[in-house]
Design a protein around this ligand. Structure first.
Ligand code: A5P
Length: 237
């Protein structure tokens, strides 16, 4: 579930830095969320100043921001992205794992990231943790929700159907499915958990991304740091 953390200044620093990596003629996957939105708007400015670029949005939200920014849009049928710029809800300080799906867009985000040559993750520094401990969002077929909930409990998780804020009933994704947020406490072995979640019938996609990112841009109040995955732990970062 979405908790707003981190300053807009830090998110903007990360997003705008990522947008500088886009080169003439590229096809760019456009991530979802407030940090990726800064990258999309910065790309819109660059396009207005002559950069030729095409975007593949990962959600209806990203699509709306990209259209407002004046970007040309395309889809995976027309070509695969050279680069994806996307946010995350939590990132392991050391390793390759991160959690996405706070905006219920993780299925398309994972598809576009998997299709891309390079994946750039943009976050503010509040998202970095020693061990992942947020709930993992699952996109679930509506008819499968009770079965998935039982399976999650059987592996020690606590499932919670995500409720909509401005509508009665649950969140419905861009793909017409439900979102079940699953609390597991601190996650020691994200790869193993990712495999278990992926194997559950009715789970369209889970929000654990292991070994998907290539580069991490962390925004702060005063600038950015850029690292390659797998990340190394930095004391006191
Ligand atoms: C969308 O489903 C998520 O995966 C987002 O990428 C994530 O929630 C990051 O959003 P913010 O940049 O708004 O924190």
């Amino acid at each position: 579930m979405k908790e707003r953390t981190g300053s807009e200044v830090a998110k903007r620093a990360a997003g705008e830095h990522a947008a500088t990596q886009v080169e003439e003629g590229m096809c760019v996957g456009l991530g979802t969320g407030s940090t990726a939105a800064h990258a999309i708007r910065a790309l819109g400015h660059r396009a207005a100043n002559g950069l030729t670029v095409q975007g593949i949005p990962t959600s209806l939200g990203a699509r709306a921001i990209a259209r407002e920014a004046g970007l040309s849009l395309t889809d995976l049928d027309e070509g695969l992205p050279d680069l994806v710029i996307d946010g995350a809800d939590q990132v392991e300080q050391a390793g390759t794992a991160l959690i996405k799906g706070g905006g219920a867009a993780h299925t398309r985000e994972k598809v576009v990231a998997t299709a891309a040559d390079r994946v750039v993750i943009v976050i503010d520094e509040t998202k970095l943790v020693d061990r992942l401990n947020r709930s993992i969002p699952l996109e679930v077929l509506p008819a499968a929700q009770p079965v998935v909930a039982r399976e999650i409990r059987s592996i020690g998780g606590e499932p919670s159907l995500r409720a909509a804020r401005a509508k009665d009933g649950p969140v419905v994704t861009d793909n017409g499915n439900l979102v079940v947020d699953c609390a597991f406490g601190p996650i020691d072995d994200p790869e193993t958990l990712a495999g278990m979640l992926a194997a559950m019938p009715g789970v369209v996609e889970h929000g654990l991304f292991c070994d998907v990112g290539d580069e991490l841009i962390v925004g702060t109040e005063t600038g950015v740091s850029v690292e390659s995955f797998p990340l190394e732990s930095h004391e006191g970062r």
